[in-house]
Design a protein around this ligand. Structure first.
Ligand SMILES: Nc1nc2c(ncn2[C@@H]2O[C@H](COP(=O)(O)OP(=O)(O)OP(=O)(O)O)[C@@H](O)[C@H]2O)c(=O)[nH]1
Ligand SMILES: [Mg+2]
Length: 284
């Protein structure tokens, strides 16, 4: 770069001083601006998302479509998540659909996730990702299959993972804010139209005792595997109080989950309790 009278010469081309300054500024500023736009931009996305989780065939997609169509729609096994935006009217109680009901409230999103064991990481990652919105989690289960041990074990295994993910989200959020809100979780016991369905009170007790048994087994497994090498990571795998195997909904509040259990039937359209739980989450 050579100076020729009032101009500079770069690679044999004459360049005036203002053009040189503008070019230098562009070289410095453009990468900074691009990095702001593409790297540090906060995650865009809806801020009022309910997450639909739960084992296969429980009725998650049916509930999503029921809120839209007000009826039981034929579904197929989900292999990918699906999000739908709803107006507050979707949470209007079925019994008062004569237009008399107060339908004030916020619009919201419902995100359906697959229940297949290999695809459960979609829902779990959504819970642990603290930048993703999650104002409430519906864990939909089939109340009519819990007397069969394999289905009960599968349901409890997934619930354990969801509760662990909530515990993780809550602990990360608690590190950055002084008063962290509990994460509401509704265990929605679907298909109570079927005669083998267990009542919600029984399901609630069954799940708490089975979660306790699962925790005991996992803790023993960790001890036998020589806990101590990787203590912090191992404790991440223990749900609730690390010194006890007991699991109760009340105790889990301390670890971020505010749990309710309610029966319903999408087939019969009796899901008003679930809808009012969602309305309460939106008002909170
Ligand atoms: N009897 C009865 N059947 C229902 C009810 N709700 C849903 N079903 C049926 O249960 C089956 C599974 O429903 P889905 O909504 O596809 O289940 P899902 O939880 O989305 O399942 P995955 O996508 O595999 O995770 C379908 O055949 C539904 O028609 C209900 O309240 N009562
Ligand atoms: Mg589905």
């Amino acid at each position: 770069m050579e100076k020729v009278s009032s101009q500079w010469e770069i690679l044999g081309f004459p360049v005036s001083f203002p053009v040189l300054i503008i070019s230098l500024l562009a070289v410095i500023l453009i990468p900074i601006l691009l990095s702001r736009v593409f790297v540090s931009k906060p995650k865009a996305g809806p801020s009022t998302v309910f997450l639909l989780t739960g084992p296969r065939d429980a009725g998650k997609t049916s509930f999503l479509l029921h809120l839209e169509e007000k009826t039981l729609v034929a579904t197929q096994t989900s292999t990918a998540p699906a999000t739908i935006k709803f107006s507050p009217a979707a949470l209007e109680a079925t019994k008062s659909e004569d237009g008399q009901d107060d339908i004030s409230g916020k619009p919201f999103h419902l995100k359906d996730t697959p229940g297949h064991p290999k695809l459960r990481s979609i829902a779990l990652t959504n819970i642990t990702d603290t930048t993703a919105s999650c104002i409430g989690i519906l864990f939909i289960i089939d109340s009519a299959v819990l007397s069969a041990q394999p289905r009960l074990t599968d349901t409890v295994e997934y619930l354990y993972e969801v509760l662990l993910a909530i515990q993780k989200r809550y602990s990360v959020l608690s590190e950055t804010t002084t008063s962290t809100e509990l994460i509401p979780l509704l265990i929605a016991c679907n298909k109570n139209d079927l005669f083998t369905a267990l009542p919600s009170s029984k399901i609630s007790l069954l799940l708490q005792s089975e979660l306790g048994r699962m925790k005991e087994t996992k803790r023993k497994g960790l001890m036998n595997a020589g806990a101590g090498d990787d203590d912090d990571e191992d404790l991440d795998r223990v749900l609730g109080d690390e010194n006890s195997d007991l699991i109760t909904w009340e105790n889990l509040k301390e670890f971020g989950a505010d749990i309710s259990v309610q029966s319903g039937s999408i087939k019969n359209g009796s899901v008003d309790g679930w809808k009012s739980w969602m309305s309460n989450c939106l008002e909170a």
